[in-house]
Each structure stands twice: as structure tokens, then as C-alpha cells.
Ligand binder design. Structure first.
Ligand SMILES: [Zn+2]
Ligand SMILES: [Zn+2]
Length: 338
């Protein structure tokens, strides 16, 4: 079968590789849509070894089931949770399989991902997609689920005021999910007016372009000086976690959602004096099914993020648009060539 293979650095190429087989408890999925994640360009930074087939945001149709697969049959349309767990380690037995110490993540650690004609995965990681949710929307279930998890971590309440720092894909998804979970006061901070406008067209929120507006001031205005209940850091910038901390009310919660590559020291005085909560959120736990329900009932729209849709072999188009057209492009999705 054909696959788009990472060759180290920022090099990718189409290659012929063996098609996976459905082993016990696993399914083989014919990929119909697989998205590009920012982390797919950080494989070297994450010390991944080339060659590797990336891709952990995947929708497809089950082609074959191994022995002992219950509840799924060939032909089922599924979205994949890329974090496969062992079921026996300390985290798995504590009910935290997403943090499994022996996890196998699609498109990482030598596990073949979804940028290919077929991908194999543990059957429990394949979630049936309801009619009315198309393949492009469904392949973006994984990034949606990890955003959903941020709010679960923060124990979000509908009357909370939420600040989302970041106007990228994850900012857009967090904003939609906050609104879908009943939040009425949402601030989205970012750098691109074009992106903020698109988010505002979908979600009732107050935009703040931090290039020419003061975020702290904006927060004071909107919260009568109290500060927000929940701040989500979804940029990965070193200064961003502290901007989140400064925006919080006493006992407010900052969720570190993005991986911060060049962290700055956290404002410990603020955390101490205002009794702030700082929580990490990286993957998702039980979020796929509630997210599918939000897609089915059209409370969240992931489809509108897919600005570039190209066949796998036109991957340079996707890479270029993502790199050069940040103001316009949220997501790129690969599809099979027809
Ligand atoms: Zn991702
Ligand atoms: Zn485990």
C-alpha cells in the first residue's frame, strides 16, 4: 500500500509499505481522511526515529476485524483515538488509560499512523461515526477530544468566564466546545484578525488581538475586575502561561494545553497569593463519544476548520499552505486519491 512517510527533519515522501493485518482484538481501517497536526512537524524534536508514517487524526472504514473484536464489523465508519493502552499498568488500572505507561500512539514511537491507505488499531480505539458527520469532520475528532478534555480537567461550569489564549485550531475548537458546554462569556486572544473573525462568526465571544490590545485590560473590562474563572493556554508560547495566570480570579484555573517548547518561569507569587490551580491537559479520557454527540447535534463544527483538503501525494501543497498562510489556514486534511 501507499503511505506518506516521514524521512527525518521536515522531509516526507510517498512510499510503498506492507499493508497491516488485523490481529486479535484489532481492526484494519481503510483511511478516508487524515489530518495534519502541528506536532507532525515536531517529530524530530520529540526524538522520533525515521522512517515513520505519521498521522493520528484519522477517519476511515473498517476493512477487516481480527479475532475477539466485538461490536464492530467491516464497513463501519470509524474515527480513531490514537492512544492505545496496555490495560495493566498503574495508570490503566487507576482508570487513566490515556496516560498508560506503555501506550502505543498512532504515528509515533514506531507505530504506523494514518497517513496511509490502511492503518491498524486496537478495536476499542475505533469509535463509530454517526450518519450526518462526514469523514473530514470526523477525522478532526481527536483534536476536538483533547480540547474537550481541557474543560473536563478545569471542572468547567456554564456560568464560568473562559479565556482561551490562542487563535489557532485549538483555540477555535476550545471556543466552540466552551460555547457548546453552555459558557456564555468567552474571550479568545490571538494574533490574527482573520482567524479571530472566523472564530467570532462561529462562536459568541470577545476577541482580543494582543498585537494591538491589552489582554489584562480586556479581561478586567469583561469581568468587572474580577478575572476569569478558567484560562486555557493553547499557543505553546513561553510567555503565555503567565498571561493566563494574570487573567485569573483568585482560585481560578489555568490549563496548560499546549506543549511549551521554551518555557518561562511561572509567576509563583501569583499562584501562591491567589491560590490558583495550574493543570496540565495533554490527551483525552472518555471524550470521543461526547464529542461525536456534539458533532452529530451540530453544536460543534469541525468541518469548517478544514481549509486545505488534498490527496496524500499532494502533501507539499498542505505543508506550504500551513507554513505560509497561517492567517487563513486552520487545518489541512489528506484524502485518498479518487
Ligand atoms: Zn495532534
Ligand atoms: Zn497501561
Amino acid at each position: 500500500m501507499q503511505a506518506l512517510v516521514w524521512q527525518g527533519g521536515q522531509e516526507f515522501s510517498m512510499q510503498s509499505i506492507p499493508k497491516p493485518r488485523a490481529e486479535r482484538g484489532r481492526v484494519v481501517v481503510k483511511v478516508t481522511a487524515a489530518a495534519v497536526c502541528g506536532s507532525d512537524f515536531h517529530l524530530a524534536d520529540f526524538k522520533e526515529k525515521a522512517p515513520l508514517v505519521p498521522g493520528h487524526e484519522v477517519c476511515g472504514v473498517i476493512e477487516s476485524c481480527g479475532a475477539d473484536v466485538l461490536g464492530l464489523v467491516p464497513g463501519d465508519r470509524v474515527a480513531l483515538n490514537p492512544v492505545q493502552f496496555c490495560g495493566t499498568c498503574g495508570c490503566c488500572t487507576k482508570g487513566l488509560p490515556h496516560l498508560c505507561s506503555a501506550y502505543r500512539h498512532l504515528g509515533a514511537g514506531g507505530v504506523q499512523g494514518g497517513w496511509a491507505e490502511y492503518v491498524a488499531i486496537d478495536a476499542v480505539n475505533a469509535h463509530r461515526v454517526p450518519d450526518g458527520v462526514d469523514d473530514i469532520a470526523a477525522c478532526l475528532l481527536e483534536p476536538m477530544a483533547v480540547c474537550y478534555e481541557s474543560f473536563t480537567r478545569a471542572a468547567l461550569q456554564p456560568d464560568d468566564t473562559v479565556l482561551i489564549i490562542g487563535d489557532g485550531t485549538f483555540g477555535f475548537l476550545h471556543a466552540q466546545i466552551a460555547a457548546a458546554r453552555g459558557v456564555r462569556r468567552i474571550i479568545v486572544a490571538g494574533h490574527y484578525d482573520t482567524r479571530l473573525k472566523r472564530i467570532a462568526a462561529q462562536v459568541e465571544m470577545v476577541p482580543c488581538n494582543t498585537h494591538h490590545e491589552d489582554l489584562a485590560e480586556r479581561v478586567r473590562e469583561i469581568t468587572d475586575g474580577h478575572g476569569v474563572d478558567v484560562a486555557i493556554e493553547a499557543t505553546g508560547a513561553g510567555s503565555s502561561p503567565n498571561a493566563g495566570l494574570k487573567a485569573l480570579r483568585p482560585r481560578g484555573t489555568l490549563v496548560i494545553f499546549s506543549y511549551v517548547w521554551k518555557p518561562e518561569p511561572l509567576a509563583m507569587g501569583l499562584i501562591h497569593m491567589n491560590e490558583l490551580n495550574v493543570l496540565g491537559s495533554c490527551r483525552s479520557l472518555g471524550a470521543f463519544d461526547p464529542c461525536l454527540e456534539l458533532l452529530r447535534t451540530q453544536k460543534v463544527n469541525t468541518r469548517i476548520l478544514a481549509d486545505v483538503i488534498v490527496p496524500f501525494d499532494e502533501w507539499p501543497v498542505a505543508v506550504n499552505r500551513l507554513a505560509r498562510d497561517k492567517a487563513q489556514v486552520f487545518k489541512a486534511v489528506f484524502v485518498p486519491r479518487q
